[in-house]
Design a protein around this ligand. Sequence first.
Ligand code: HDE
Length: 683
Amino acid sequence: MTEHMNSSNKKHDQLEPFIHESEGQKMTSNEGITISDDENSLTAGDRGPTLIEDFLAREKLAHFDRERIPERVVHARGYGAYGEFQLYESLTDITMADFLQDPNKKTPFFVRFSQVVGSRGCNETNRDVRGFSVKFYTDDGNFDLVAINMPVFFIQDAIKFPDLIHAVKPEPDNEFPQGQTAHDTFWDFMANNRESAHMALWIMTGRAIPKSFRTMEGFGVHTYRLINKDGKAHFVKFHLKPTLGVHTLLWDEARQLGSDADYHRRDLWTNIHNGHYPEYELAIQIIKEEDEFSFDFDILDPTKLWPEEDVPLRKIGKLTVNRNVDNVFAETEQSAFHPGNIVRGMDFSNDPLLQGRLFSYTDTQQARLGPNHQQLPINRPVCPFANNQRDGASRMIIDRGKVSYHRNGLANNTPYPVPGTQGGFVTYPSTVEGRKVRKTAASFKDHYSQARMFWNSMSDVEKQQIIGAFCFELGKCRPFVRQEMVDVLAHISRDLAENVSKELGTTVPDVQESTVTKSSPALSLTNTIFVADTLRVGVFLSEGFDGPSVKQLLATLSTAKLQIVIVHDKLGTVTGTEDVKYEVTDSFLTGSALTYDGVLIVGSGNITPYFTYEAQKYTTAIYNHFKPIGTFQNGEAVLKPLHLTSDDGIINDSSVNFAEDFIQAMAQQRFWNRPSYLYPASN
Ligand code: HDE
């Protein structure tokens, strides 16, 4: 039994026999031969050559030589975990999908978060779209929601995907930059493929530099269909909404935090390990089939979103991520997702991007993992499976019997197909008509209206971040490419193009900007959820602090679900009056100001000059990144000499409800009224 064993979870039960423990075992070869010496190769004489007959050394080295498999061509760097999904209310009205019927049923899932561009070892705080793939192990087969953290995509037709990826990957002649979009070929692609104008804005927001996987939304992007038992279909889009809200880094923070390449996986693993299970609500937007043409955009176009104000979200259940993997290679690296993995009660739409994906994913898994990848423990369905497919590399199951064909008499014509009326998967009989053509539908040709709606929906701070991001990204490109992209921006918003141009030395062409005035408040992160749960408070504790009052304060903060990080001059323990002691989590040397969501400076009678110097350095960084600062007892003495120009988000213990006020400030997370020099446009 592993520490994860939970017998009510079918996936955990299924994995259990595959879990292999080496600890406490005698050492053997893969063939089971007991090994007596694992440090010396077999040689002819003490100083002689190694003998080829050394089957033990050969086996060990040959296996090592094959330890790596090809990384995913996109989304190579990713991190996964398990969880359980539970429905809020039955969706029988719109789908037959087995896992969407019974609110009492728990469906296990595996989730993999990823970055699109970088290779497996790239930095996790790079600006990039994030993948959010979920494999639901339903009782009726696997459903994969292969989503990203943005609701739209760069292109409309799958045939352009290799071009997009060639443009965004490191440039082929010199192979840099790694895992980033700030280079010529990417922006040259964006400028010359105008359908990407909307996505260009999304990737310049904080969403492309998420604070953590725990505070990231997921979007299925494409239009799918749900079908009920009467055969009635609805168009739907899938959403995943984190219960902690959507929170992002600032660009300057992302760059500094990048000194830890594992920033996001460390956060996810640690929080799951500590029992702070990330949660996401699964939501759908529904459009009736008869309303397919009622919108000012084509609902099949993946560069368009369905404004939530027009097509409301229906929250249908919750995903709780509650178990780390035992082995990243076996589970996360070998996981294989595919948007074509749908279950009875679902179907695709004609979205041309989705249609192309339906080919690409199985194909890529064949290349990466081989023809039997569905049999790997991580990918197996938890329901029974049987068919006449046989053999191939690394077959894991042993197919018993002579018969591997349909129709047969020898096995009583089994395995047998099940009619749609009795549980078999049936394709929705949508009408298809038209001549074979290679062309973009006229309804797919408006590239600027939703981009403008998105721009209109941003707060001033968000607009500033978008401008700053364009200045950085295009600033890394040659002047020709900068100008190409400013031309695109001018079609969306003249204001945006002018602000970016000021920094880049480009000129704004005289083109008609979009006249769309509509905005969608749901798109602005000022309207996300703000809670204190799991936020990290760096508590700067100096030797000799007032024991009882600090103990009481920290207990209150913990009750509010804040995570306390004790920071001190050095590791070990820090002791206050009445012998109250705390184990130090971070010293000023091992910690990093930007990993705290806020700080609490606790003074004492004997603050050392080193403590003052470091605490002030940390606090300045916290202040410049708009995060809350609390001072307790004479912690104020550390803060005062900094002469901070705004006291917005700075709480001192003269406040009557100090603990509550500080908790509330933590929940607010950023105080934008402070002066900012983070972006050129803010000067
Ligand atoms: Fe993917 N994509 N993609 N993609 N994608 C892959 O499959 C592809 C697209 C997405 O965690 C690959 O197993 C094409 C949209 C995620 O393992 C590959 C097109 C969306 C992941 C592939 C798209 C995605 C992938 C690479 C254009 C959001 C990570 C390795 C039609 C809705 C899955 C692999 C994981 C991975 C192809 C566009 C999301 C090559 C051809 C749109 C989250 O098959």
